[in-house]
Design a protein around this ligand. Structure first.
Ligand code: NDP
Length: 449
């Protein structure tokens, strides 16, 4: 019997697909990976990496202001968008080639083009057909723009990364990760920024008290917040757009960016032909082993309805490759996934919110610390920091940690390790702090609120 061309054929060379391919190849599997756009997927090209570079760029204004109180004469300050874009693009090009090298060094065959499933074990790409014992779909997701009259005038984060110039004003629509992060970016770069969201508070699903605090901090940064509202229609006049809102008010702006969620990338994949079913959100349905309704086809990352986070897709890719080719059965631990919204200040979190904890545990204790970061004691910034710990009273285990403040993402990563290891409040209390840091507050909160 003729053997298949590949042991594993991966569609999509993003974070999850590339990691699955490299691990599978290191375990001796013959692997191909198909990619129609760019290596590294959303994270490298139009997501985490360029976003974080933009966040850094946007935070300099505050730094320059604060520097004056520290005795620095910063002179005239200018920002040049083109320089930022060029340097960002060069860094992405560098990362694209790193990905290419990593794939070729691990023996994964890269096929450029759009792959379509033609059966359980067959794929067609560039008019050529391939066979594979296993197929992995790791095609990620794409921004979703609501059906609004005039939606052709809206950009998404994809385009925001490549604007020719910065607008004078922008309306960012949505109250999730991308909207809050980009509002901070544009505002920090001097664009008159409005954040328009349909809920009373930003970031649904996170701890309510943290959300209120963050909404206030974002407001203090000068972002104009419009809550409980949506766009009904958009009309274009000369150099601006007129937005008709649901409450009958009207606003004008030079640019509109929607960050209203992302939709799994499944168009034209040939899923029906291969008998791969979708769930109610039009994401690929998988079981606990990442297997779709077709047993030889798997899916990981944002194309499924799991957590849309790069490190999660990477973890899924590794677990799957190890299970298929290394006889090593492990699980991705979806409990206590830490996450950070890179707005200004950062909002990072791990574990249960206070509301979730009150529902799931008989009795909890909440510890809180709100303060001005030492840096801002003389910088002139009115930014405040909030930290919060949630503890299960019965076991004394720390079941949630939340922080809004400078470098919260860096700090919560460490706390997440402790929580995953089952840290108790008593153990946090007996940990010696590093003084003077903001992080030491996590080991010095003594009195529950
Ligand atoms: P999110 O799901 O985080 O947020 C979408 C937002 O859009 C919500 O506020 C939602 O409101 C709102 N919305 C949805 N539909 C409409 C509509 N028709 N009209 C008005 N508002 C609407 O999606 P994002 O696009 O921000 O990000 C996608 C995912 O990518 C995130 O969930 C996250 O997992 C990941 N990501 C992670 C980042 C990180 O780790 N730092 C950064 C960026 C993205 P409501 O809440 O009321 O439904």
């Amino acid at each position: 019997m003729k053997s298949n061309d590949f042991d594993l054929f991966i569609i999509g060379a993003g974070s999850g697909g590339v990691r699955a391919g490299r691990v599978a190849a290191s375990l001796g599997a013959k692997v191909a990976i198909a990619e129609e756009k760019y290596l590294g997927g959303t994270c490298v090209n139009v997501g985490c990496v360029p976003k974080k570079l933009f966040v850094y760029a946007s935070s300099f204004e505050d730094e320059f202001q604060g520097a004056k109180n520290y005795g620095w004469d910063t002179g005239d300050i200018h920002f040049d968008w083109k320089t930022l874009i060029n340097n960002k693009n060069n860094e992405i090009k560098r990362l694209n080639s790193v990905y290419e090298r990593l794939l070729s060094e691990s023996g994964v065959e890269l096929i450029n083009g759009r792959a379509t499933l033609t059966g359980s074990n067959t794929i067609s790409i560039n008019d050529k057909n391939y066979t594979a014992s296993n197929i992995l779909i790791a095609t990620g997701a794409w921004p979703d723009v609501p059906e609004i009259h005039g939606k052709e005038n809206i950009i998404t984060s994809n385009e925001a990364f490549y604007l020719d110039s910065l607008p004078k004003s922008i309306v960012v629509v949505g109250g999730g990760y991308i909207a809050v992060e980009f509002a901070g970016i544009f505002n920090g770069l001097g664009v008159e920024t409005t954040l328009l969201y349909r809920a009373p508070l930003l970031l649904r699903g996170f701890d309510d008290e943290m959300r209120k605090f963050l909404t206030n901090e974002v407001d203090k940064k000068g972002i104009h917040l419009i809550a409980n509202n949506t766009i009904e229609s958009i009309s274009k006049s000369e150099d601006c757009y007129k937005l008709q809102l649901a409450d009958n008010s009207e606003i004008t702006t030079n640019l509109i960016m929607c960050a209203t969620g992302r939709r799994p990338n499944i168009t034209g994949l040939g899923l029906e032909k291969a008998g791969v079913e979708l769930d109610k959100n039009r994401a690929i349905k998988i079981n606990n082993d990442y297997q779709t309704s077709n047993p030889s086809i798997y899916a990981i990352g944002d194309v499924t309805d799991h957590y849309a986070l790069t490190p999660v897709a990477i973890a899924e890719g590794m677990v799957l490759a190890n299970a298929l080719f290394g006889n090593k059965i492990t699980d991705v631990d979806y409990k206590n996934i830490p996450t950070c919204i890179f707005c200004q200040p950062n909002f990072a979190t791990v574990g249960y919110s206070e509301e979730e904890a009150r529902e799931k545990f008989d009795k909890i204790q909440v510890f809180k610390s709100e303060f001005t970061h030492l840096k801002h004691s003389i910088s002139g910034s009115n930014e405040r920091t909030l930290m919060k710990l949630i503890v299960d009273t019965a076991s004394d285990e720390v079941i949630g940690a939340h922080m809004i403040g400078y470098d919260a993402g860096e700090i919560i990563q460490g706390i997440a390790i402790a929580i995953k290891a089952g840290v108790t409040k008593a153990q946090l209390d007996s940990t010696i702090g590093i003084h003077p840091t903001a992080a030491e507050e996590f080991v010095t909160m003594r009195i529950p609120v």
